[in-house]
Design a protein around this ligand. Structure first.
Ligand code: 13P
Length: 252
């Protein structure tokens, strides 16, 4: 049995003051929901305040990225140990980082190995662009991103990895994938690669989230699929009632 998992990726939204305001309104409501792992991922600048506010609660904290090196001359970057001081989780390889900031399967893999060393739980994102989807390349893209991004870690760590399937065409567009399509990608493309990498037993323990225009209206349908273990939520994670409803749906 895999415990459901819902993470809110706030992307580049919310100042420190706004983070404080949103978490004040949200944490109490999230605390009432059990049976699901809950995580929020505010911008780096607000992580310290968020860590303070989430201390002692059942709501986890994640960063949206990190560097793989332990320290040094990497202006503007944050090291795994720095992230670990505040967070238990880190999002790696989000499509926006792949598209705008040169993230590749190779850098995702370096960061994953660094996450293992630092003791962070990674949420590794994979997903095809609209052009790749229309060209019928989903399977090729998603299996290759999963295989290259997730190689070279211990099997003990592997079972802690969370994978997020986020088709780029569904992110922020209001056009979510159908639950059946997402199930097919999770069950027939991603999980078989996890089996190939880590063996069937561990592959069955790895949570695979769906992300891309998840709302309180469509969440339950995604979560009814056998290989959809939760969601990585963007826009709706900035709204208290919507995010709470999505987390509730995952807990059922
Ligand atoms: P939306 O939920 O806004 O489509 O964003 C999804 C996403 O990219 C989460 O990482």
């Amino acid at each position: 049995m895999r415990t459901s998992f819902v993470a809110g990726n706030w992307k580049m939204n919310k100042t420190i003051a706004e983070t404080q305001e949103l978490l004040s309104a949200m944490v109490g409501k999230l605390e009432e929901i059990s049976g699901v792992e809950k995580v929020v991922c505010p911008p780096f600048i607000a992580l310290s305040k968020a860590a303070e506010m989430l201390k002692g609660t059942s709501v986890g904290l994640g960063a949206q990225n990190m560097h793989w090196e332990e320290k040094g001359a990497f202006t503007g970057e944050s090291a795994p140990g720095m992230v670990k001081e505040l967070c238990g989780y880190v999002i790696l390889g989000h499509s926006e980082r792949r598209a705008y900031f040169g993230e590749t399967d190779e850098t995702v893999n370096k960061k994953l190995i660094a996450a293992e060393k630092a003791g962070l739980t990674p949420i590794v994102c994979v997903g095809e662009t609209l052009a790749q989807y229309e060209a019928g390349e989903t399977s090729q893209v998603v299996t290759s991103q999963t295989r290259l991004g997730l190689q070279g870690v211990s099997s003990e760590f592997a079972s802690r990895i969370v994978v997020a399937y986020e088709p780029v065409w569904a992110i922020g567009t209001g056009k979510a994938s159908s639950a059946e399509n997402a199930q097919a990608v999770h069950g027939e493309m991603i999980r078989p690669v996890l089996t190939e990498l880590f063996g069937a037993e561990i592959a069955q323990t790895i949570r695979i989230l769906y992300g891309g225009s998840v709302t309180s209206a469509n969440a339950a349908e995604f979560f009814s699929q056998v290989d959809i273990d939760g969601a990585l939520v963007g826009g709706a994670s900035l709204k208290v009632d919507d995010f709470t409803a999505i987390v509730k749906a995952a807990a059922k």
